[in-house]
Design a protein around this ligand. Sequence first.
Ligand code: NAD
Ligand code: DAU
Length: 351
Amino acid sequence: MTFQKNILITGGAGFIGSHLIRLMVNKYPEYRIINLDALTYAGNLENLTDVENKPNYTFEKVDITKMDQVKAVFEKYDVDSVIHLAAESHVDRSITNPMEFVETNVIGTVVLLNVAKNYWKDFAGKLFYHVSTDEVYGTLGATGLFKETTSYDPRSPYSASKASSDHFVRAYFHTYDMPIVISNCSNNYGPYQFPEKLLPLFINNIKHNKALPVYGDGKYTRDWLWVEDHASAIDVIFHKGVSGETYNIGGNNEWTNIDLIYLLCEIMDDELGRPKGTSKELITFVKDRPGHDKRYAIDASKLKNELGWEPSVKFPEGLIKTAKWYLNHVDWMENVTSGAYQAYYKKQYDA
Ligand code: NAD
Ligand code: DAU
C-alpha cells in the first residue's frame, strides 16, 4: 500500500502522543503513522488499543538516543515527516535525575535531527515538527503573557533540556535549511495522563481517600488546555504552519493550583456521591518544589490569527470529563499504578 505521507511520531505511547496518534490515524487514512517510542515508564500501548490494528498505523519500540535504530526506521518506512514528542516530561523527576533529561530531550532530539538531515538530503516535501513547552520561557509575575518572542529563561532541568532541544531544532533550520516548526504549549489535561502529574494523581488520591500534596502555598498559576485541543493544534500547525516559525498553544484558562484543586474536590464529591467538602479535607500543604515557576500564561493569538486555531473545551466541562474518565477507567489506572502495563508490553516487544 502506498501512502501520501510517512509520518514518524515519536513518544506516541505517552499522554499527548497517544491523542495525536489517534487523531492522525483516524482523520488521515491516506497517511502512514509510525509510532516510535522506547516505552519508558511513561509509555503505555494500552493508550492506543482502539487504533493498533488500523492499516495506516505501525509501532516501533526504539529509543531516540540510538542513532542506528532511528536510522533503520527512517529507511524502513521512507519517513518524510517527523512530529517529535518523545521526552522525559516530569519536572519533579528532572530535579532528582537531570542526566536522563539531557540524554533523551537534548541528545535524543539531536539524533533525530541528524538522522532526518542525512536521510532526507533534499528537503522538498519534508518537515521536522518539534513539540515543546511554555516552560522554556521561565516564569511570569502577576501580569503578562508568554509570546513567541519572549526570551528563553528556563528554571528547571526539564525546561532547560527542552529549551536546549528547541535551540538545536532552530539551528538545523538556520544552518542546514531543514524545514522545521516548533510549538510551545501550556499544561495539558485529560485522559491517559500518567498519574504522577497533578490532576490524575489527585483524582486517584481522592478516590482512595489519600492525602493531596499541594506544593508550597498552592498559589502557582498554570494555563490548562484539554489534551485533544493540543492534538488538533498540532494537526493545524503540521499542515499550515510556516517553516522556521514558532507557535504558542494555550487554553486561555489560568488557574492557581489551589483554586483548581478546590474545583476538582467539588467535582469529585459529586462524582463519588460524597457529602460536599469531603475531598477538600484531604488537602495537605507540603514542601515546595525547588525552583517552582510562579506563573505560566500563553498568548496564543498568533496561532488564532494566522492559522485559525482556538481551544474548544472549557472548564468546568473539561475537568468533569477528566474526572469521569479516570473514575470509569479503573483497569487502566490499576495497570499503571501497579506497573502491570510495563510487564505485559516488555514481554511482547522484548521477546
Ligand atoms: P509523557 O511523559 O506522557 O510521554 C513521553 C513519551 O515519550 C512516552 O511514551 C515515553 O515512552 C517516550 N519516550 C521517553 N523517552 C524516550 C526515548 N528515549 N526514546 C523514545 N521514546 C521515549 O509526555 P507528554 O506529557 O505526553 O509530553 C509529550 C511532549 O509534549 C513532550 O515533549 C513534552 O515536553 C511536551 N509538552 C507536554 C505538556 C504537558 O502538559 N504534558 C505541555 C507542553 C508540552
Ligand atoms: O507547562 C507545560 C508543562 O506542564 C509540561 O511541559 C510538562 O511536561 C508537564 O508535566 C507540566 O508541568 P507542571 O510542572 O506544570 O505539571 P505538574 O502536573 O507536575 O504540576 C502542576 C502544578 O501543580 C505545578 O505548579 C506543581 C503542582 N503540584 C504538582 C504535583 C505533582 C503540586 O502542588 N502537587 C503535586 O503533587
